[in-house]
Design a protein around this ligand. Sequence first.
Ligand code: BES
Ligand code: MN
Ligand code: ZN
Length: 504
Amino acid sequence: MSRTLQSSAVRLIAAPPAQVDVDLLVVPLFEGEPIAESLNGLDSATSGEASRAVTSGELKGRPYDFFFTPVTSEWKARRIALVGAGRASELTLDRLRKLAAAAAMQARQKCIDRVAFLERGGLDGPGAVQAIADGLTLSAFSADQYKSGERLGPPPAEFTVVVPAERGTSIRELGDAVERGCVLAESCNIAKALSNEPSNVLTPREFADRAARIGRDAGLAVDILDEHQIARLDMGLLLGVARGSAEPPRVIVLRHEPSGAPSSPVLGLVGKGITFDTGGISIKPADGMERMKDDMAGGAAVICAMRAIALLRAPIKVVGVVPATENMPGGKAVKPGDVLKGASGKTVEVINTDAEGRLVLGDGLWYAQQLGATHLIDVATLTGACAVALGRAASGLFGAPEDWVQFVRETADRSGDRCWPMPLFEEYADQLRSEIADMVNSGGRPAGACTAAMFLKEFTGGLPWAHFDIAGVAWADETKPYQPKGATGVAVRALAELAFALKP
Ligand code: BES
Ligand code: MN
Ligand code: ZN
């Protein structure tokens, strides 16, 4: 299996913790948990330091609190880190993943080479080891490649997930789960790296080149459409947005076509690939505009989910489509009031050139249908309004029909990418009426996230469709114990999981 990003090996062993020979053994500790009873031998292995830390109140078991102590007895690990895991009754796979990520990031900062994480807490075995492997692998990410001074050292060379010797599940099944966790985290890390790239580096052409490399390395079929092919397909919405830029647009197409896959369903994933969004002629204010380099985070999620889908061998056909362009002002740029015609034949009066995402996605959704998609999902940093509605806590989820959206929601939540259902009332269509074309591209301020989704719905051909508005969650303004600030890699796991959950 080829790996694009440098990441550590994660091995799995079933053994008593005393026998794990590593530089650091990480042990989750729950709130109110007495050390001596539940962690047999650990207290004496640390000469009583563990229980002293609990008694003194230094370690309360609150999430992401760490306590490092040397090992002094016959335990093979050189050091132990107790990591607060919150209440045992509130442990989830998502929490477990974040605990492992926080521990591995600490280990990386301390230049520790071999790190083990003890699985405990009674969650489902394969799910738990997948979450741990996923979290540990996340620590391979860093965003300091443009720093010429001090940089973070490499991630730990070796990770180990330790499960109790007497686990019911076969070690083979657990090993597969570890592999899943690694691939998902690597794919998430690659998505973050792409979204963090400045737009002078990650132009649409460079984005396409990198996607092609990622796709080929993972065994996907790759097609990159250039501006001429895009014109031949009459993708006037994408071309309209691209007009203002000196950089030509691209459409990135990745296909997963496993032999023996049923002809239906075909999952179509469409990602917004705006490598920089100035707003165009309806230009954005200068304050905070630098963040608009991540306006291709939806596209990155699609590309990197496709990577995971291929490496993990999803049983169904999946196509990924990413229309990629800059949104720039300029002498040739689309202007407010201009009318564009998309490949589907629909005409759009562009009343705000900053509502560009829905335009390129309109052509992207159309193209996914040309490639045979029977079920559509798009992911986009689409509206500031969605970030206002839901904050940093969840993506907005829109779509139709109801049962499909419910299925997408459950699958996404299970994967760790939380989303929240938003309405598509038919009244929103009234806000998109144009005097001279089929639609305008902006419904104004009221229900801005909903009218944007309503616009996209016009391009879904009545297929089951779901739309993730990730504007609020694609970027973290603050560093968390389990996640550096910057791009978050949101939706990679949800999309990958969907390719396994969608049944013929
Ligand atoms: N890329 C932006 C949305 C965005 C804003 C993402 C802030 C992340 C943070 C999108 O292209 C946009 O500009 N949307 C407009 C739509 C409006 C003109 C109808 C918006 O949200 O203001
Ligand atoms: Mn915009
Ligand atoms: Zn945008």
